[in-house]
Design a protein around this ligand. Structure first.
Ligand code: RB5
Length: 145
């Protein structure tokens, strides 16, 4: 299952992404907001908890820049959130970083690019191998801190 969330600044783009997911038949759970003013770390926390507890395997977080969401999401152990605004990064953060959350900035990219980034993020598998060794170091850092 996929999770999606946004703050008020990301809400319009979230609706575009939801329309795309519906068209593709991709199931998702929406952790909010519903357009009202809110605090993006609360949304990031709600979404990331669904990933670390196994309810969801990947997530999409949208705020004005994507920066606040990515900062908050990466505070949760087990989350590898990538702020992406180009196709190459969205692809390689799956191939090499095994990113489980993509963060998008509704005020920095348009809906056309956002949907391309979501598509490649959802459809690219982690390469593993030497990259798994590096992901394992993330876990060690989390345990030590
Ligand atoms: C909300 O105005 C804005 O600060 C938020 O959406 C985000 O861009 C923070 O990083």
């Amino acid at each position: 299952m996929l999770a999606i969330g946004s703050d008020h600044a990301g809400y319009g783009l979230k609706l575009e992404v939801i329309k795309y997911l519906d068209e593709k038949g991709i199931s998702f759970t929406d952790v909010g907001c519903n357009g009202e003013s809110c605090d993006y770390p609360d949304i990031a926390k709600a979404l990331c908890e669904k990933i670390v507890n196994g309810e969801c395997s990947k997530g999409i977080l949208i705020c004005g820049t994507g920066i606040g969401m990515s900062m908050a999401a990466n505070k949760v152990h087990g989350i590898r959130a990538a702020l992406c605004s180009d196709y190459f990064s969205a692809k390689y953060t799956r191939l090499h970083n095994d990113a489980n959350v993509i963060c998008l900035g509704a005020r920095t990219i348009g809906p056309g690019l956002a949907l391309e980034l979501v598509d490649v993020f959802l459809n690219t598998e982690f390469e593993g191998g030497r990259h798994q060794r590096r992901i394992d170091i993330f876990k060690k850092i989390e345990e030590e801190n």
